[in-house]
Design a binder for this molecule. Structure first.
Ligand code: PEP
Length: 247
């Protein structure tokens, strides 16, 4: 039985004043029946974790380095995130793959570093519009799964987020059949590769909102969502959580 997960990615948004959204979220969902995760900017992790203390809401990072420490100016290690109160970290988000030219091999290293620091790695994969249009989506998914997910992945330390690049922050969402096809494919690959692959959670991400969450969560093998824009405000994220609790 896979426990559902609603995860929010604040990206490079949020100052101290925005932490009131975490307070509001915990107040609105005092006893959630699904797992909740908010990944604020690294500068807010310790304060967010302090606010969420005593509530099941998890706080996570948005990226980590593959090494534990060293001469990597500006980078943050998984161990540092854990030390700040994080229990999870997003790896391989498409914005990092694009903005920082991150490769599958680097993402696998970052994910392994997350495991070593006892963090859950939320590993993101997904095709561009050009790849979808050229009917190579499932090949891209296979390459990213094989290259970005360490052999040491388990259902406890790993969540896969399927995020079509063209759906992120655009308001465009794949059809439910397209989501179902990719999630079923990911499930098949996970089951073939890992002893507990059937238990690894697979999130959908890309323009999830309160208005489309219910139909997306009804798709088989969609175990929750990774949400960007609609996770910034508790009032927007709450309906998505409620839809997941009802799914
Ligand atoms: C994301 O950043 O992972 C994401 C899915 O963003 P949005 O929900 O804004 O499309």
């Amino acid at each position: 039985m896979r426990r559902k997960l609603a995860a929010g990615n604040w990206k490079m948004n949020g100052l101290g004043a925005g932490l009131s959204e975490i307070t509001a979220l915990t107040a609105a969902h005092p006893d959630p029946s699904v797992d909740l995760l908010i990944c604020p900017p690294a500068t807010l992790i310790d304060r967010a974790a302090a606010i969420a203390a005593g509530h099941p809401l998890m706080i996570g990072g948005q990226d980590c380095h593959g090494n534990t420490n060293g001469a990597h100016t500006g980078d943050t290690s998984a161990q540092m995130l854990a030390d700040s109160g994080a229990t999870a970290v997003i790896t391989g988000h498409s914005e990092r793959r694009t903005d920082h030219n991150e490769t599958d091999a680097q993402i696998a290293d970052k994910s392994q570093a997350a495991y070593d620091a006892n963090l859950i790695a939320v590993i993101c994969i997904g095709e561009t519009l050009a790849e979808r249009d050229s009917h190579t989506t499932l090949d891209v998914i296979d390459t990213q799964l094989a290259g970005s997910v360490p052999d040491t992945a388990t259902a406890q330390n790993t969540v896969i987020a399927y995020e079509p690049v063209w759906a992120i922050g655009t308001g465009k969402v794949p059809t439910l059949d397209q989501i179902a096809e990719v999630h079923a494919h990911i499930r098949q690959r996970l089951t073939a590769r890992f002893p507990d692959g059937a238990d690894v959670r697979i999130l959908y991400g890309g323009s999830v909102k309160g208005s489309n969450a219910t139909e997306i969560f009804a798709v088989p093998d969609v175990d929750g969502a990774l949400v960007g824009g609609a996770s910034l405000k508790a009032d927007d994220f709450s309906p998505i959580i409620a839809a997941l609790e009802s799914a």
